[in-house]
Design a binder for this molecule. Structure first.
Ligand SMILES: [Zn+2]
Ligand SMILES: [Zn+2]
Length: 292
């Protein structure tokens, strides 16, 4: 079996939260990468964890870097200006991701490097920078076969599924299960919503690892309904229905402390044992490395 390695560089949602209560799981925002033993390498999301990833690289070498952005909210893109390889000639960095109704992917990403926000503009970057705006589609990158899916979030947001050899990895950026916003009992609408949620179960089916937005606890959800994030419970259900093997809670709520996250993981590990579901559960932790 070939080796496929997952590393977390930033695991937090919304905003970086350094401090004594987030030391163990980490305070940087969304960034993870996947490396195969054949040299395939892709990065998902470019939150402040991307800076840490950049620091881990031997910058005397030249890199061909592919970064897949789930969506352009700050916590998923604001590590880019601090990612050292973009300042080094000879590196090639390609950004993949959705545009929005108002802006292209290129406009969005270079927008945060305009003069009023940041001292260096994208045109001044020394690496070769490319943008590839994508939607729901399939693409290949070396030995990685990548499929995307539209998620339910208050801006265009993509989930990514990667097949490598006999392995299947899924990363769901920010996402909330669909529901009937009118809260009526319209049968047609209920079926429509159920079908959309069923699509996601198919997307994650039999994944060896699923990394999914699980920002809220069930008790917090009603006050945050419609904000575009899932609860730990919803993600757990998705993993059970999709027969996922390893589940990683991701995009942790900024207020969630290390001790809270330990408790959440212990709770669900106990539940799956009680119910006989063969799922390995983790809360994503900055710096943690897993073989998929
Ligand atoms: Zn986010
Ligand atoms: Zn978001």
């Amino acid at each position: 079996m070939k080796r496929l390695t997952l590393t977390f560089w930033g695991v937090r949602g919304s905003i970086p939260v350094p401090g004594p209560t987030t030391m163990r799981y980490g305070g940087n925002t969304a960034c993870l990468d996947l490396r195969s033993e054949d040299g395939d390498w892709i990065i998902f999301d470019a939150g402040t964890g991307l800076r840490v990833l950049g620091e881990s690289l031997d910058l005397s070498k030249k890199y061909d870097i592919n970064i897949f952005i789930s969506h352009p909210h700050w916590d998923h893109i604001n590590g880019i200006p601090f990612f050292a390889p973009i300042y080094i000639p000879g590196n090639r960095v390609t950004f993949y991701g959705p545009g929005t109704n108002e802006m292209t992917l290129k406009e969005i990403l270079s927008g945060q490097m305009q003069y009023s926000y940041f001292p260096v503009r994208t045109v001044e970057l020394l690496a070769e920078i490319k943008y590839r705006q994508i939607e729901q589609e399939r693409l290949e990158l070396g030995n990685f076969q990548i499929t995307t899916i539209s998620l339910n979030h208050p801006v265009a947001c993509l989930g990514y599924r990667v097949r490598y050899d006999d392995r299947l990895f899924v990363y769901l950026g920010d996402n909330e299960p669909y529901y009937n916003v009118f809260k009526d009992k319209d049968r047609e609408l209920q079926d429509f919503v159920a079908n959309l949620n069923e699509r996601l179960i198919e997307f994650v089916r039999e994944a060896d690892a699923l990394v999914a937005d699980a920002q809220y606890l069930p008790a917090e959800y009603e006050a945050k309904r419609g904000w575009g994030h899932s609860t730990t419970h919803q993600v757990m259900n998705l993993a059970v229905k999709g027969k996922v093997k390893k589940l990683f809670f991701f995009h942790h709520e900024p207020l969630r402390s290390d001790d809270d996250l330990d408790e959440v993981v212990a709770h669900y590990r106990k539940k799956v044992v009680e119910r006989g579901f063969p799922i390995e559960i983790h809360a994503a932790m900055e710096g943690a490395v897993f073989n998929i």
